[in-house]
Design a protein around this ligand. Structure first.
Ligand code: CA
Length: 237
């Protein structure tokens, strides 16, 4: 992860330097922009791995920049961590809807910022580690990661995006005990305010969608007190 390039977009020099310093300590390559226009140019030229983006910028605002980057195919995949002075729930949701991957409210601790940056990069690394055309097929279960289709016993099942991502992570880590925290980290990534019980709710829905008998699951097993395990061998039966 070290050596990856991070663009910091922030008009306040003190905060920009603080973020720069802390990321550089972790061996990230850091580039800076003090406004949205300069940031756009830098993104095109430098192709950063992640952008730390302040919401309140002179000229082009952080939200406008975020939307702009998401609309262009060549920049739509670059993860964005948004910084804001506003702690309101509405602002958080607007930021995430505009395509930010995570959200951090000022004042923030540099350690937390670094942790969030790493979590987002880990998540995107994992997503990009499968080629887009990859298909998982074993026994009655077939998953197409490029079309987001899931076929169980010959029938297409409808899953929400999170359920699909959860299933994807389970099948890619077969027969391993995965804790709720691991699943939260890998599937929900840096999303804030996610309760560990969210995992249980999604597992329950996923079982309903794919298991023959969701009360006696064969594939997604509960590991008491820890989390879950995808029992791949059961697909061979
Ligand atoms: Ca600012």
């Amino acid at each position: 992860m070290s050596g990856q390039k991070i663009l910091v977009v922030e008009d306040e020099p003190d905060i920009r330097k603080l973020v720069h310093y802390n990321l550089a300590q972790e061996r990230f390559k850091v580039i800076e922009a003090e406004d949205g226009e300069k940031a756009l140019k830098l993104v095109q030229r430098e192709k950063p791995h992640l952008i730390v983006l302040d919401l309140m910028l002179p000229g082009l605002s952080g939200l406008e920049l975020c939307r702009n980057l998401r609309e262009r195919p060549e920049t739509s995949q670059i993860p964005i961590l948004m910084l804001t002075a506003k702690a309101g729930e509405a602002d958080r949701i607007v930021g995430l809807e505009m395509g930010a991957d995570d959200y951090l409210t000022k004042p923030f601790s540099p350690r937390e910022l670094v942790a969030r940056v790493k979590a987002i990069l880990r998540r995107t690394e994992m997503q990009s580690s499968h080629p887009v055309s990859e298909v998982y097929e074993k026994g009655p279960l077939k998953i197409n990661f490029s079309t987001y289709e899931t076929i169980v016993r010959g029938k297409a099942v409808r899953l929400t995006l999170k359920e699909f991502e959860l299933l994807g992570f389970l099948v890619q880590n077969p027969n391993r005990v995965l804790s709720r925290d691991q699943l939260l980290d890998r599937v929900w990534g840096g999303e804030v305010f996610v309760d560990p019980r969210t995992v249980d709710v999604h597992i329950r829905r996923l079982r309903k969608a794919i298991e023959k008998n969701d009360r006696k699951p064969d594939w997604i097993l509960t590991v008491r007190g820890v989390g879950y395990k995808f029992h791949e061998k059961a697909l061979e039966k």
